[in-house]
Design a protein around this ligand. Sequence first.
Ligand SMILES: *[C@@H]1O[C@H](CO)[C@@H](O)[C@H](O)[C@H]1NC(C)=O
Ligand SMILES: *[C@@H]1O[C@H](CO)[C@@H](O)[C@H](O)[C@H]1NC(C)=O
Ligand SMILES: *[C@@H]1O[C@H](CO)[C@@H](O)[C@H](O)[C@H]1NC(C)=O
Ligand SMILES: *[C@@H]1O[C@H](CO)[C@@H](O)[C@H](O)[C@H]1NC(C)=O
Length: 397
Amino acid sequence: MAEPKSHLFIFFLISSIFSVRSLTLSSDIIALKPLNTPLNLPPFLPILASALGISLPCWDFSTEPCSVPRVTHFTCGITCSGSRVVQLTLDSQGYSGTLTPFIANLTRLITLDLTENNFYGPIPFSIFFLPNLQNLILRVNSFSGVIPPSVTYLKSLKFLDLSRNSLSGSLPNSMNSLTSLSRMDLSYNKLIGSLPKLPSNLNELALKANSLTGSLFYSSFNGLTQLMVVELGENSFTGTLDAWLFLLPSLQQIDLANNSFTGIIVPKPPPNFNSQLVAVNLSFNRINGILPVNFIYYPILRSLGLSYNQLRGPIPKEYNKKGSMQRLFLDGNFLNGSLPAEFFSGDTAVTGSFGDNCLTSCPVSSQLCSKSQKPASICQQAYGGPADQGLNCQSNV
Ligand SMILES: *[C@@H]1O[C@H](CO)[C@@H](O)[C@H](O)[C@H]1NC(C)=O
Ligand SMILES: *[C@@H]1O[C@H](CO)[C@@H](O)[C@H](O)[C@H]1NC(C)=O
Ligand SMILES: *[C@@H]1O[C@H](CO)[C@@H](O)[C@H](O)[C@H]1NC(C)=O
Ligand SMILES: *[C@@H]1O[C@H](CO)[C@@H](O)[C@H](O)[C@H]1NC(C)=O
């Protein structure tokens, strides 16, 4: 319902003729009003407080955010329901301030979105006094300190996006009590420690580019039947990726690239299992062993990245026969043998890279082989040639 500007002028005329009634709950105004703003509110308001620690140039407090007709577009993305502020969505205008404990005075807040500004300092503990908060979006700011453990009291929280800040410390232990949470993005922070038990209704988990450690344990993922996206690239996770990971029932995309995983167990899915897996990226790890054949049993897998690991053995020709596979990145391993001709035949050909391996036939005329193979001496050593280093693949790195 777009309001013609003339209606707004009439509204302002009327408001200046009649005294302004307080149409927004006074404590909500107090919470939003910056400390340094001159007091021009009704005198009964007891204290001044500011949830944002800044004055917003788009709202001088001379208009009522919750009055009718709505004038929300004059008031910094403040949206009301009745007399209560329910949404605060700031434009990305380089606002610089802090989030103060008074944010908790906006008790009906459903959405707080400060995306792409310069807010800094800690996320206040009092945030857990917001029982209705569903969307907490503070991405691309400079928040620091830990994620307050109290965040786990936000029973209504559906979307948590704190990505691209400077948050440190570990993930709150009782994270699994966020039973409504479906999307969580804490990527590009400085988080450490291991994964706790994750919220059970999660669809998307993104923790890319932090400093998380430890293995991926089934106990963290147990019961996450709706999990579709796992984005844990660029961390320091270790250990073996176990069969259960590939059998999470809704899983579509796994990105675990650029970690320190050393092993992988890819199960053949049981007959009644309807895998949703489309893309797997495990490049830039330290995975050793034979290139897993069982990926061919994932019917809609389109993209597989295993570049720059320590994988050995042949590239199964089934990788190509498998109709769904479109992108196959296997460069930078110790894969051996000759490559089946099927990989280079017309319309079934995949894109990707097989270079920097120990393949005996990889025609450089093919885009797949544009990067050359490893020197013969390195491959001989890897496969127990004259240097007789046995099958100790660590000997090459
Ligand atoms: C704001 O909340 C604090 C506690 O967080 C409380 O002490 C204060 O009275 C509240 N102010 C108003 C105006 O409601
Ligand atoms: C992997 O992570 C390291 C450190 O976070 C970074 O320097 C490097 O560029 C990353 N590599 C890739 C391929 O993303
Ligand atoms: C896998 O991740 C790496 C590192 O982030 C990236 O460079 C590469 O393009 C990705 N590969 C695929 C197949 O998505
Ligand atoms: C290829 O690798 C496999 C697994 O490591 C090994 O058993 C086999 O001998 C290798 N083949 C050649 C021709 O080096």
